[in-house]
Design a binder for this molecule. Structure first.
Ligand SMILES: O=C(CO)COP(=O)(O)O
Length: 247
């Protein structure tokens, strides 16, 4: 995976009409997008199939799910499984975002099970790791993300293709402080060491925008960006895709 990966999770935003409009616009812009950038979009589950349907069959844009259960089917009210999101058009499954770890009790063990479920169905896991502010204040960030990464990929076969997003919790969302390249370098090196036997591609996420994107992409070991708010409108996403190609 040598290209620069640039994607957005819409989290819990967008109606179907808004999702379709974004996807139509992205499809129209795609022929002019830089070939060295691999775009991806992670809509809410309600819009997954619609976004995929708006993109041409030949589109390079990959669509992902924000989460998926570790079992293939069964009495799990409110959940969706990997086969279901694959059926809706997902090629990626985001797993272990800090919002899910914090608000929905996502544990390292569940994340590991979800990684294995994703791989069982030949989708690519996008595992999010990142330290909370208190861990950063104590200087423990590299060890913390290395442990999260090792736990997530425990038992995964050597050479397996995976994505990891380094997303420090204190850098994400409203009130987040964007990480500096210095903040990012050691944790990314730790993630890369923890995935040395895998075909891993490491992204940075947390308050990315068109201004800070080039410097973050220059950090050794960073192979892309995972963007929330700044890419929720199409113009913002296209800006970051173009900036990433220039880096
Ligand atoms: O959590 C993120 C991507 O998963 C980042 O969100 P923001 O870019 O809105 O800080």
């Amino acid at each position: 995976m040598t290209s620069t990966w640039v994607g957005t999770s819409w989290k819990m935003t967008k109606t179907l009409a808004e999702a379709r409009a974004f996807a139509r616009g992205l499809a129209a812009a795609e022929p002019a997008l830089p070939a060295e950038v691999q775009p991806f979009v992670i809509p809410p589950a309600t819009a997954l199939a619609a976004v995929r349907a708006e993109l041409p069959a030949s589109s390079r844009v990959l669509v992902g799910a924000q989460d998926a259960h570790w079992e293939d089917a069964g009495p799990w009210t409110g959940e969706v499984s990997v086969p279901q999101v694959a059926d809706a058009g997902a090629r990626l499954v985001e797993i272990g975002h800090s919002e899910r770890r914090e608000a929905f009790g996502e544990t390292d063990e569940r994340i590991r099970l979800k990684v294995h479920a994703t791989l069982r169905h030949s989708l690519v896991p996008l595992v999010c790791v990142g330290e909370p502010a208190a861990v950063r204040a104590a200087g423990g960030q590299a060890a913390y993300v290395a442990a999260q990464t090792r736990a997530a990929f425990d038992g995964v076969a050597a050479g397996t293709r995976v994505l990891v997003a380094y997303e420090p919790v204190w850098a994400i969302g409203e009130g987040g402080r964007p990480a500096t390249p210095d903040d990012v370098e050691a944790p990314v090196a730790a993630i890369r060491a923890a995935t040395a036997d895998l075909d891993a591609h490491v992204l940075y996420g947390g308050s990315v925008d068109g201004e800070n994107a080039p410097a973050l992409l220059d950090v050794p070991g960073v192979g892309g960006l995972f963007v929330g708010r700044a890419a929720w409108d199409l113009a913002g996403f296209l800006t970051i895709l173009r900036v990433a190609a220039r880096g």
